[in-house]
Design a binder for this molecule. Structure first.
Ligand code: HEM
Length: 325
């Protein structure tokens, strides 16, 4: 087949997958920008993407793009070195940044890949993967802002991200240059212009990622994503489906509608009752008791995380109707 058997076909695959990955990065940095302008809307998008079939298809498509891009890059490098030794292009008029990147593509690729592994552990494994597996962590998988809080409150995260963004910038500079060069499109008047537009584009995307990493770091260190009242109201509302399942729609509605401080104090009190020895004995034969207790304990774990370091307040009980028998 032309795409796999011929060298031009393989370069064509590199160019197409590379262009799609740049489009993904553009979408990704715009989505991060939403998180800065309107964090609640960002969480709503995370919830919408979640583990729904359309998001899963997109994620699989993205993984295929990454794998094809990496495998073909390795294949072409080996093939080029065999054919020409270390001289990889017939035409050698490259800008200085492309010249440098071209010689260091392997190191740049390893840095970007290492970043991706760390990044997937910090975000994807705790969001989409948790939903796919149906497991439960302390933080609701749709609360993207809380995973940003977690990641960027670590001192090393912005350092690792900045190194990766620099490597990615050089990688993409080379990528745009070689995309046209390797398929032989270099002699027309508009190709140099397209290369300039492409390089400006990736520079803007990387500059946005850098700015976002700085904003996320500052806000995470202020504890903004844990303490912001609108975000807290949203995190609390994310508990509603679990309350519908274990306590019914009335309790879920109370969780959704009551103010955060009130519901947090109340759920803590209920959890204490449910965890008491007396409640365990009385409810030994009640099949609903365990799932209810788990829902309450999961909610308390979230409140503990959000309120870490704050003093406790006793609140009025909007969930009086739900008590262990
Ligand atoms: C400030 C920088 C960045 C932040 C805050 C960030 C944040 C996130 C978050 C929150 C997710 C999970 C979204 C979800 O599953 O709904 C995610 C997924 C992802 N990110 Fe990033 N990201 C950043 C930069 C990057 C860069 C530079 C790359 C690529 C080199 C990248 C590649 C990915 C990939 C491949 C996924 C998985 C997408 C999927 O689930 O299909 N990210 N990122």
């Amino acid at each position: 087949m032309w795409l796999t058997c011929s060298s031009v076909g393989r370069k064509f695959i590199m160019a197409i997958t590379g262009a799609c990955l740049v489009l993904f990065l553009t979408f990704h940095c715009l989505m991060n920008a939403v998180c800065i302008i309107w964090p609640e809307a960002y969480n709503t998008i995370c919830e919408f993407l979640g583990a729904n079939w359309y998001a899963l298809i997109a994620s699989v498509g993205l993984a295929v793009l990454f794998i094809l891009h990496i495998c073909y890059a390795l294949w072409l490098t080996v093939q080029n070195r065999k054919a020409r030794g270390n001289v990889r292009y017939a035409i050698e008029h490259r800008p200085a940044s492309v010249e440098w990147s071209s010689k260091n593509m392997l190191v740049l690729g390893i840095v970007v890949l290492a970043f991706l592994v760390v990044h997937m552990i910090q975000f994807w494994s705790k969001m989409q993967l948790v939903e796919i597996l149906g497991s439960h962590g302390t933080l609701p998988p749709a609360a993207g802002t809380l995973f940003i809080q977690e990641a960027f409150s670590q001192v090393w995260t912005p350092i690792v991200y900045l190194i990766a963004f620099i490597a990615l910038w050089f990688h993409l500079q080379h990528g745009f240059w070689s995309m046209f060069q390797s398929v032989g499109w270099d002699n027309t008047a508009w190709i140099p212009r397209l290369k300039k537009i492409g390089n400006c584009w990736v520079s803007i995307v990387i500059a946005l990622f850098v700015a976002q990493a700085i904003v996320f770091t500052v806000k995470a260190h202020e504890g903004y994503y844990k303490t912001n009242p609108e975000l807290r109201a949203q995190y609390k509302a994310l508990l509603a489906p679990a309350f519908t399942e274990s306590f019914g729609p009335d309790a879920a509605q109370a969780v959704e509608l009551a103010p955060y401080d009130q519901i947090s104090g109340q759920i803590r009190q209920m959890a204490e009752n449910f965890n008491s020895e007396q409640a365990q004995v009385y409810n030994a034969n009640n099949p609903q008791f365990e799932p209810q207790k788990q829902t309450l304990n999961a909610a308390v774990a979230l409140f503990d995380y959000l309120e870490e370091g704050e003093t406790e307040t006793a609140e009025e009980n909007p969930l009086q109707m739900v008590q262990p028998q």
